[in-house]
Design a protein around this ligand. Structure first.
Ligand SMILES: C[S@@+](CC[C@H](N)C(=O)[O-])C[C@H]1O[C@@H](n2cnc3c(N)ncnc32)[C@H](O)[C@@H]1O
Ligand SMILES: Nc1c(NC[C@H](O)[C@H](O)[C@H](O)CO)[nH]c(=O)[nH]c1=O
Ligand SMILES: N[C@@H](Cc1ccc(O)cc1)C(=O)O
Ligand code: SF4
Length: 458
């Protein structure tokens, strides 16, 4: 990647095959959206751009799109605003995939036993993961969300490690034995087992991680996810989606799986009986056509499977990323683009019930606003967050249940704690303070802060 251009004042134009040109008009597309008709890609592009007949976003048209999405949200899921009491427990930052939008990763060579260990990254052993989850389960969480770098010493399980150890050229499949490194992450199965504390819901193994967990074999994604499910995996996060159009992936993550492989992995997870989430990471080099093509691919996947519980638009955090450092982008999405992305996700994805707004990406003010333009889910308590923070985001890494109650009631809506799969819901009475989690295996309503002096001190 040393052949990337030098930093320049203006971001370059990309010569993409897919561009936002349509045969539709904004007014027709909006009328279809309001009537609840299934939208075409052209309709979606008209709404997302507030009309390809004008340059820039038209503020009046934008409000009409947001209003249509807010109506649709109320019809589809009502007025409740849900959130999950969860912990992020990411296992390792070691990753050589080289995605240009990511600053979570550290080069795996920095983790080798003979390298200085002041690299700022981390790898947790299964025992360390278990302890982190056990502590959070005591605080009342119901979910652990775990997404990690593709550490070269990771294998799916002991059988996979044997395959990788006997590979004629292990470096070709991005494998190095655990004793190369100061700390071994163990196997994916070890980590999932370790995180399964008292029946807490384990949300882990993105399609990219599943790809890593079958490298050097011809095992199907379904078979890989079955083994993980047997080890205690309950659902899979649909990150690594980025933009599901290969001409964009070639620019922002040339080392990552392609669109077809991502879709196969997601189908494999669902065939193995796991619910999944789906995401889009937008606001970098892609255009409105790419964003809506992505929505179409996700909607088609849901038509085939029905297993996607929520869709999460992740706004690109640009500050400390190679894309920004190298002048390939000059910033992230604007507020208007963020609002329209949420709204058009709601209107286009007529088969996915829940649209999540990410307070980590948007901050409180903007994420609250998005709850009135299509979103109904407000993410989770997290307790720790590294991906956005390392990319330069500055909106913190913890929300208490009391924070959720304050924020959601301030916009006149009802806060509801949910389980990861949205099957269990606990509506919260704002007058019945103090507020703490109720759905975790050890949740008794005690506020998380009351149980953790160290967090309360922050
Ligand atoms: C950091 S990866 C970890 C899991 C795994 N390595 C993978 O790629 O799926 C999880 C997701 O974080 C998101 N992400 C990474 N850097 C980001 C950034 N700068 N802004 C917004 N989202 C980002 C991407 O969508 C990525 O797929
Ligand atoms: N959107 C982000 C999340 N989302 C995780 C959710 O809280 C939860 O795991 C999901 O809703 C399961 O149903 N986590 C992050 O760390 N950063 C995000 O941007
Ligand atoms: N929200 C995603 C997971 C996720 C994790 C970390 C992120 O930075 C972004 C997203 C999901 O639940 O499927
Ligand atoms: S997004 Fe995931 S795969 Fe890509 S560099 Fe970051 S951690 Fe590695």
């Amino acid at each position: 990647m040393s052949d990337a251009p030098d930093v320049s004042a203006a971001a370059p134009d990309f010569d993409f095959e897919h561009v936002p040109r349509t045969d539709q008009s904004f007014e027709n597309a909006l009328a279809k959206a309001r009537d609840g008709c299934r939208l075409t890609v052209d309709d979606g592009v008209e709404l997302l751009t507030t009309g390809t007949d004008r340059a820039g976003i038209d503020p009046v048209r934008k409000e009409r799109v947001l209003e249509a999405a807010d109506h649709r949200r109320a019809e589809m899921v009502g007025d409740d605003v849900t959130f999950v009491a969860n912990l992020n427990n990411n296992v390792t930052t070691a990753c050589d995939t080289g995605c240009l939008f990511c600053n979570f990763k550290d080069r795996a060579s920095k983790f080798e036993a003979d390298a200085p260990d002041d690299h700022g990254g981390f790898t947790k052993t299964p025992a360390e993961s278990r302890q982190a989850v056990a502590d959070a389960v005591e605080l009342g969480i119901s979910e652990v969300c775990s997404v990690s770098g593709l550490h070269p010493a990771f294998a799916l399980d002991d059988e996979h490690r044997e395959v990788l150890e006997s590979h004629p050229a292990p470096e070709q499949v991005n494998y190095r034995p655990p004793d190369t490194y100061t700390t071994s992450p163990g196997t994916y199965v070890d980590q999932i087992r370790a995180m399964s504390v008292d029946g807490v819901h384990v949300h882990s193994m993105t399609p990219e991680e599943a790809y890593h967990a079958r490298r050097g074999t011809d095992w199907s994604y379904e078979a890989v996810y079955r083994r993980l499910r047997e080890a205690g995996l309950d659902s899979a996060p649909g990150t690594a989606a980025e933009i599901l159009v290969d001409e964009v992936r070639e620019v922002i993550c040339p080392g990552k799986m392609d669109t077809e492989a991502w879709l196969n992995a997601m189908e494999g997870a669902m065939a193995a009986g796991l619910p999944v989430t789906a995401t889009i990471m937008y606001g970098h080099v892609e255009n409105a056509m790419h964003r809506v093509m992505h929505l179409k691919r996700v909607r088609d996947l849901q038509d085939r499977t029905g297993g996607i519980t929520e869709f999460v638009p992740l706004s690109f955090i640009h500050q400390q990323t190679p894309l920004y450092d190298r002048g390939l982008v000059s910033g992230g999405a604007t507020d208007a683009e963020d609002e329209l992305m949420i709204a058009v996700s709601r209107l286009f994805l007529d088969n996915i019930e829940n649209i999540q707004t990410s307070w980590v990406k948007f901050g409180d003010e903007k994420s609250l606003k998005t709850l009135s333009c299509g979103a109904n889910d407000f993410m989770g308590t997290l307790l720790s967050e590294e991906i956005t923070k390392r990319a330069g985001g500055d909106y913190g890494e913890f929300r208490s249940v009391a924070d959720y109650v304050d924020m959601v009631t301030a916009i006149g809506r009802r806060p509801v704690e949910r389980s990861t799969d949205y099957e269990r819901r606990h509506p919260i009475d704002p007058d019945d303070a103090p507020h703490g989690p109720r759905l975790g295996p050890r949740a008794d309503g005690t506020p998380i802060l009351d149980r953790t002096p160290s967090l309360a001190d922050d």
